[in-house]
Ligand binder design. Structure first.
Ligand SMILES: [Zn+2]
Length: 525
């Protein structure tokens, strides 16, 4: 299951917002709140309220008045398993006032779980930011006072509290198979083409398939091969480009396609699960798998699949890619075994030891590049970030591929060690694993950080939805303009002069984000 607990903001989310209310008589639940909360309780989810009440610090009401309000809330909405209140004001600089993650961590502790197994529902950007900074999921339920940019920045938006609850329960259910596979699976063929990041986010689903099959063969493309080598649960890899998936495909070579079909037939798979992104079609490959006489094929397809799929799965937009893939694995009869958290994970034996000459763990990794330039951090900004981090006392390692050396050298010159071109993906994973945080665009190393549980400052260009592609189940601060004109264009190179969605980020925001993660300039965490 994805979640143990649902954390709820109070004012504007559970009850109507009456500023600085100390009067129980003024408590009015939002429409449908009681029934929605009872659905969560019936599903076995624990409930906590996480609320900023700066009125305490300002003396607008007393602790006793607040407790009377909370008693009234429970009278109307039923019991909550925990109440977490920040009594401070912004000026106090505490670690609990949202958007700081302190209340979320405290709630998770009090409920006997971890933040990544919690989902928080709130009505403003501060709520969502607190959830993400703790590694929890965050659902925004806007009210008339929610600002448009807060709605644009949120990865998960619901129209009202009952709709938020329905989607939480739907996602929770979607990763559980309704029925196990009709027959045991000896060899499963799983497919994920495209880049390293695509392959990494499919990892949890591949582990789920591996838990239900004796052998797993992964078909991936050349750009995803290095990531495929890092995934637990994979017994064999077939590397082959798929010209209907690749962003810059070569021509379709009939001989190569015939060769691939023969190779797929030789796998002898008794089940195939074809993973794709929401804009990719599984159907051309499904046809090859039929030609290879594989007779149990599962894929997500909005397009009519005719006789090509045995399990045609549908997923609404906005679901995180790892969960989207897990839900397909579930539709094919597979789930993660007990004790295997639905997080990204790498094979321990595939990640080499970290070079000793990089000093102690606790540095910050700054990765300016990306295979898609629209999703990269502009070099000029990365240079200023390197300077700001160094001035704040952080040790900075600047990483990048061999083709990004010019940029990493320029960035590192402003503060940091240049590791451009010095690592392959596995070597980068080793370096990331010992970082206190990673500063990166929407690209593969963000997912390496997620796999290592290392907090991410995500310079996220809105070309694709943050809710689908943001770092998964790891503490994250999202920076950048999510309303920029490149939004949802899926552009590989920025269609707007000046790359404004990221170039306006202030380097001090990155320094502040590290403080949110309690990553100090001394290198500790
Ligand atoms: Zn506080």
């Amino acid at each position: 299951m994805l979640y143990d607990a649902v954390l709820l903001d109070r004012d504007g989310t559970l009850i109507e917002d009456v500023p600085y209310n100390g009067d129980p008589e003024k408590v009015r639940p939002v429409p449908g709140a009681r029934a929605a909360l009872d659905r969560l309780r019936a599903a076995g989810l624990r409930l906590a309220v996480v609320t900023n009440q700066s009125g305490l610090a300002r003396g607008y009401f007393t602790g006793a008045q607040m407790r009377a309000v909370h008693a009234r809330v429970e009278e109307l909405l039923g019991r909550f398993d925990a109440w977490l209140v920040c009594p401070h004001d912004d000026a106090d600089g505490c670690a609990c006032r949202k958007p700081a993650p302190g209340l979320v961590h405290a709630a998770a502790r009090e409920l006997g779980t971890t933040a990544s197994r919690c989902v928080l529902v709130g009505d403003i950007g501060r709520d969502v930011a607190a959830a993400l900074a703790a590694g929890a999921a965050g659902v925004l339920v806007p009210t008339p006072v929610t600002r448009p940019e807060e709605i644009a920045a949120a990865g998960w938006v619901a129209t009202d509290l009952p709709a938020a609850v329905a989607e939480i329960l739907r996602r929770q259910q979607a990763v559980q198979p309704a029925v196990p596979p009709a027959e045991p699976v000896r060899t499963a063929l799983v497919v994920r083409s495209d880049s390293a990041g695509d392959v990494l986010v499919t990892g949890p689903a591949i582990r789920a398939v591996a838990a239900g099959a004796q052998r797993v063969v992964l078909l991936c493309g050349p750009r995803g091969r290095a990531a495929a080598d890092l995934l637990p649960g994979v017994d064999e890899i077939i590397e082959h480009p798929l010209p209907w998936i690749d962003p810059t495909p070569g021509p379709v070579d009939p001989g190569a396609i015939r060769g691939l079909t023969a190779r797929l037939a030789a796998v002898g798979a008794d089940q195939a699960v074809v993973f794709t992104s929401f804009h990719q079609s599984a159907l051309p490959l499904a046809l090859l798998l039929r030609m290879a006489e594989i007779d149990r094929i599962a894929a997500i397809s909005d397009d009519y699949p005719g006789a090509l799929l045995d399990i045609r799965h549908r997923v609404p937009v906005g679901v995180p890619e790892p969960e989207r893939a897990l839900s397909l694995a579930a539709a094919a009869g597979h789930r993660l075994p007990d004790g295997d958290e639905p997080v990204l994970r790498l094979r321990r034996d595939a990640v080499p030891p970290r070079p000793a000459n990089l000093g102690d763990p606790g540095y910050v990794v700054l990765h300016p590049g990306s295979a898609a330039s629209s999703r990269a951090c502009p070099p000029e900004l990365a240079t200023r970030i390197a300077g700001a981090l160094t001035r704040a006392g952080h040790r900075v390692l600047v990483t990048g591929g061999a083709d990004e050396r010019a940029v990493t050298a320029r960035v590192a010159a402003a503060g940091g060690i240049d590791l451009g071109g010095r690592t392959d993906l596995a070597g980068l994973a080793a370096i990331v694993a010992d970082a206190s945080a990673v500063v990166v665009g929407n690209t593969g190393p963000a997912h390496l950080a997620a796999a290592a549980g290392v907090p991410v400052v995500s310079l996220f260009a809105p070309t694709v939805p943050f809710g689908q592609w943001g770092p998964y189940r790891v503490p994250t601060v999202r920076l950048g303009d999510s309303t920029a004109p490149c939004r949802d264009t899926r552009a590989a190179s920025c269609p707007v002069p000046g790359h404004p969605c990221l170039s306006d980020v202030d380097p001090d925001e990155v320094v502040d984000a590290l403080r949110t993660f309690a990553v100090s300039g001394g290198g500790g965490r």
